[in-house]
Design a binder for this molecule. Structure first.
Ligand SMILES: *[C@@H]1O[C@H](CO)[C@@H](O)[C@H](O)[C@H]1NC(C)=O
Ligand SMILES: *[C@@H]1O[C@H](CO)[C@@H](O)[C@H](O)[C@H]1NC(C)=O
Ligand SMILES: *[C@@H]1O[C@H](CO)[C@@H](O)[C@H](O)[C@H]1NC(C)=O
Length: 264
């Protein structure tokens, strides 16, 4: 039994040994193959992942670039819109307020000062299509050029109001502005002050008087006047004269017919 067992055992051992040898060889080869595969797979996935990452980064850069470009275009667009009017919104000027009481007096000098200041009332004429492209709301068509629309730079309305108040206060013979107009004008100046609050911190010496001649940060008024001059409705003063003459004519005719009616 022993002998018969031995070869069995030996055979077993051998086969086991063979098997294990062959297994070791095969396994190491498979392992090698596997590790090669794994390595190339890893290499592949590393390359692939890198490419993917690059693609993601590129995509992000592209999106970011687009957003940045769009933003720049927008800010530039709004900055340079309306032929530079928007730029005039920046407070880039220092002005020391001075005693200008003489401008308010009832004098020829003051009248001249106001005539210069009001000019043609800030009434401007813009190409209608261009105004639309700049995002402006539609306004009345120019009676002297059908392709143009008429606008007014609003500060001139407030200045007109202030001058009306001045004239009513100062003039011995007030111009024929009724109380309704005066109340509107006072209210308009109020609205303007609330819309553009001056944030200058002024100093005091005695806790009662706050200094007048402080330096204020202002918009560049003369640059705005230049812009208005460039776009002014040139025929406006002439048109206004004709219109007023026509109105007077109409009024006179009306007065005449009323008088005739009363007579008859
Ligand atoms: C203020 O800005 C406007 C618009 O850019 C420009 O025209 C003007 O010259 C500037 N004024 C000053 C004092 O810098
Ligand atoms: C401003 O100037 C006028 C003379 O034009 C003077 O009478 C007045 O007292 C001055 N007001 C202030 C606050 O300095
Ligand atoms: C028309 O009559 C009114 C009142 O009678 C008068 O105030 C006005 O000045 C007259 N208008 C003209 C143009 O004559």
């Amino acid at each position: 039994m022993f002998t018969s067992k031995k070869p069995d055992a030996e055979y077993k051992r051998l086969t086991e040994g063979d098997d294990s040898d062959a297994g070791e060889n095969g396994q190491s080869q498979t392992n090698k193959r596997l590790s090669l595969l794994e390595q190339s797979f890893r290499r592949f996935s590393v390359i692939h992942a890198s490419i993917l990452l690059l693609e993601v980064i590129l995509c992000a850069l592209l999106v970011f670039g687009f957003v940045a470009l769009d933003q720049t275009r927008r800010t530039l667009g709004s900055k340079f819109s309306l032929d530079g009017l928007s730029q005039l919104g920046s407070y880039n000027t220092s002005v020391r307020f001075q005693n200008g009481s003489k401008h308010m007096a009832d004098s020829q000098d003051a009248d001249e000062y106001w005539r210069d200041l009001l000019g043609s009332g800030g009434v401007i004429s813009l190409n209608t299509e261009w105004a639309r492209s700049q995002g402006l709301r539609p306004s009345a068509q120019s009676p002297t050029d059908p392709s143009q629309s008429i606008y007014q730079v609003d500060v001139f309305h407030a200045l007109h109001c202030l001058n009306s108040i001045r004239q009513n206060l100062m003039s011995e013979t007030p111009p024929p502005w009724d109380e309704t107009h005066m109340l509107h004008c006072l209210d308009y100046v109020r609205s303007q002050l609330l819309c553009h609050p001056d944030l200058t911190l002024v100093t005091t010496n005695d806790l009662e008087e706050f200094v007048l001649d402080e330096v204020h940060t202002c918009r560049d008024y003369s640059a705005m006047v230049d812009w208005v001059h460039r776009h002014r409705w040139v025929e406006f003063p002439e048109w206004l004269k004709t219109k007023n003459a026509k109105n007077h004519g109409h009024e006179a005719a009306h007065n005449h017919s009323t008088a005739e009616k009363l007579r008859s």
